[in-house]
Structure formats: C-alpha cells, structure tokens
Design a protein around this ligand. Structure first.
Ligand SMILES: NC(=O)c1ccc[n+]([C@@H]2O[C@H](COP(=O)([O-])OP(=O)(O)OC[C@H]3O[C@@H](n4cnc5c(N)ncnc54)[C@H](O)[C@@H]3O)[C@@H](O)[C@H]2O)c1
Ligand SMILES: [Zn+2]
Length: 377
C-alpha cells in the first residue's frame, strides 16, 4: 500500500470518459478540500442532501463550511434508512429544491451513507437536466464503495437499485473523522467492502487487513485510515478502466450475487456488508468446488472476515434454496443461469469464457450453500 493513513488525507484521481477526472480525497480532514472544489465547479447555490440522523450534525457542519466559503446552502433531509431510497423521496427533494429557487447554476452536496449518496446523486443527475454534485460520504460503506463510480439510483418495491443513472460526482471528499460517530455495526459492515477490494484486486491490501483485523474489530478508526486509501484505489482503478460496467467492473460483485439473495431472503434486516461477508464465503466455497480457488485462500477469506467481526455463517431462518432463488431474480442474472465472480487467488480474479462472469449450475451452488449452512463449520 502506498498510502498510510492517520496523518494527512490521501488524494486519488479517477480518470473518466472524455478526459474527465474525479478527484477523491480520503482521510482525516478531507472536507477541507470543499472550498477549492466549490470554486472549481463554480457553484455557490447548494442543496445539502442528507438523512435525518445527520441533519443537525455532519450535514450542518458541511453547510456551515460551504457558507464560510461564500456559498448559499440549504440543508434538505429525508428520513434515514434504505426505505427512503425511493422515487417518492427523490420527487420530494426535487420539489423542495425548486421551492428554494435553485436553478441550473446550483449544485448538490450529498452528505451521508450510501442511501443519501445514491439518492442525492440521482437527484443531481436529472435536476434541470443534470447539475454537478459532490459526494461527502460519512459511512464506511459509502467511503469505500458507494461514493466512488458514479452509480446513482433508487429502489422500487420490485427490487433494489432498479431506477437510476450514471452521474459522476465532481469530487469525493471522504473525511474519516466522520466515522467517529458511525454506529459500530455500520462500521463493521464497511469492512466487508474493504476485504472484497483486497480479495479481488490487491493482495497487499488483503495482507494489511489481516494485520489490522484485531484493531478493526475493536472499532479503531486509525486502523481504518491505514487501509481505506488502498480500498478506495481499487474501486477507483476498476471504475477508471470500466466506467459503465461492461466487463472489469463486474469483479466488484464478488460476494454480491449470493449476498443479495441473503439480503432479500432475510427481508433486508441484515446490513448489506454483513450479507456480502457471508456471500463472499459462499461464493469462495463455490470457487473451491469448481477447482478455481485453493481451499487455503478460501480459508484466509473467511478467517479475515471473522477476525474483523463480520458474520461468516448464514443467519437462522434462511435456506439455501430460497437464497439461491432470490439471487437468481437479481438483475445481474443472465441467460437463465446465475453468474458469480471468484478470485483464483487472493488479489486476482478468475476469468470466465467472455469476461469475469462464471455461470454456476444450480446443483453446484446448492451443494456449496448446504456446506456453508451446516453449523459445524
Ligand atoms: N452507488 C453504488 O455504487 C453503491 C455501492 C454500494 C452500496 N450502495 C448503496 O448504499 C446503501 C448502503 O449504504 P450505507 O450502509 O451507508 O447505508 P445508509 O446510508 O442507510 O447509512 C447507514 C446508517 O448510518 C447512518 N450514518 C451514516 N454516517 C454516519 C455517521 N458518520 N455517524 C452516524 N451515523 C451515520 C445513517 O444515518 C444510516 O442510519 C445501499 O442503498 C446500497 O444500495 C451504492
Ligand atoms: Zn456492496
């Protein structure tokens, strides 16, 4: 890893289509870059979109900083939680922006977790046919994953993230000082995405996480700061190479096919990162059974996740067949068969026939899942 955390924020640049770039600042004090970013995008009328948990804390302090930089800022909050990630919330935010007199020269600051980021980004994508926005992620899931890559959107009763747009932020300011107030369960959920980044593309990050696991499990934000820049770099590199998810970007779905099935089967009671943790273990087990991944590597993945305090066994009340069925209804399913992506070793993905997707027969998946569902493991 090139960036050590703790002292100064790291700066990472995403190269995008058409020669555009998206600067990402990650680390303690990253928010100080806001003044310069606002000047660069030339927006001084701002909607600070956030959720009800952060309205009077982090969002208020971001709005105060923006105002001290000479901008006008209104804070618009929606009720916290995934249930707010809907077209109805988007519509209400848009109406409030119109009522506040915000026009084409306005910009959005998305302050919060992945829900605020996905919603606010989608609002910015279509407001007045598209205005700039800045991601200011405050949860670890949002810093390590959701804020990077330009995917925005909302859920519908028929499925998650079905309506949305690609809209790249003008910048991402991931200030790790915000993590100090994040509930422990939310912090731990974010470790799953960092472990995923290491497993799919950065063996050095994976080793670093193994060394930091105990401190991470204790909620040590300084340990997060040591590993986070490398995790962000993985996502940034993958997005730079494949902005609109045609091939390489698929590798970020490790753990997510089965993870989504687990989330759906459990009625979305689990944190996303918890479901992804179990999903990575099941998908690694499938990889082992297909002879793609060595059992020792699969063992390292589950040992790391357990060591960081993540769940590694499926929750009670879920069943392999129902989870697999729920995975199949996921929009990533293709041609009647479900695909997963699996590392061939830590830090390097196996290739399928066309790309990184590996079609999985139902029997193989169900056998691997039965093994993971057996309590003795
Ligand atoms: N766009 C993408 O590429 C992408 C990638 C991954 C996940 N996502 C989306 O992200 C969402 C999950 O993100 P999430 O886990 O951040 O959920 P979230 O936004 O609901 O945040 C989780 C909880 O933590 C609270 N919170 C956030 N930051 C806090 C802080 N600093 N202090 C105290 N409380 C804080 C929030 O109020 C919320 O209650 C899902 O909707 C998922 O689809 C999107
Ligand atoms: Zn995820």
């Amino acid at each position: 890893m090139s960036n050590r955390g703790g002292e100064a924020p790291a700066r990472i640049t995403l190269s995008l289509h058409g020669g555009k770039v998206c600067p990402v600042t990650v680390g303690p004090g990253a928010i100080a870059d806001l003044t310069g970013i606002l000047r660069e995008i030339g927006a001084f009328r701002l909607a600070v979109i956030t959720d009800s948990n952060l309205e009077t804390t982090h969002a208020a302090s971001v709005a105060a900083l923006a105002r001290s930089s000479g901008a006008e800022a209104v804070v618009l909050a929606f009720p916290a939680g995934e249930r707010s990630k809907t077209r109805a919330t988007k519509e209400s935010l848009e109406d409030r922006m119109i009522d506040a007199g915000l026009g084409r020269d306005a910009a959005v600051l998305a302050v919060g977790g992945g829900v605020a980021g996905d919603l606010a980004g989608f609002v910015a994508a279509t407001y007045m046919r598209g205005i700039p926005f800045v991601h200011i992620p405050t949860s670890l899931i949002a810093m390590a994953d959701a804020a990077i890559g330009g995917k925005t959107g909302v859920d519908t009763p028929r499925g998650k993230n079905l309506i949305g747009a690609f809209h790249q932020p003008a910048a991402v300011l991931a200030d790790t000082r915000f993590l100090g107030t994040l509930p422990r369960r939310e912090l731990t959920a974010g470790f799953a995405e960092m472990a995923k980044a290491g497993a799919v593309a950065d063996a050095g990050l994976f080793r670093a996480l193994e060394a930091l696991a105990e401190r991470l499990a204790n909620g040590d934000v300084a340990a997060v700061e040591e590993a986070l820049p490398a995790a962000v770099q993985v996502k940034a590199s993958v997005v730079s190479a494949d902005e609109k998810e045609s091939g390489l970007r698929k590798i970020l779905n490790f753990g997510h096919t089965v993870g989504h099935g687990i989330e759906a089967d459990g009625g979305y009671a689990m944190a996303h990162g918890e479901a992804v943790s179990i999903g990575m273990i099941v998908e690694a087990e499938i990889g082992v059974r297909l002879g793609i991944l060595a059992p020792e590597a699969a063992g390292r993945i589950s040992a790391l996740l357990r060591g960081m305090g993540l769940p590694v066994a499926p929750p009670e009340g879920t069943s392999p067949s129902r989870v697999w069925k729920a995975s199949a209804s996921d929009k990533k399913a293709r041609g009647g068969r479900i695909e997963i992506v699996v590392p061939r070793e830590i830090g390097e993905m196996a290739r399928g026939e066309r790309d990184f997707g590996i079609p999985i027969a139902d029997e193989v998946a169900l056998e691997a899942m039965e093994a993971c569902w057996t309590p003795s493991r």
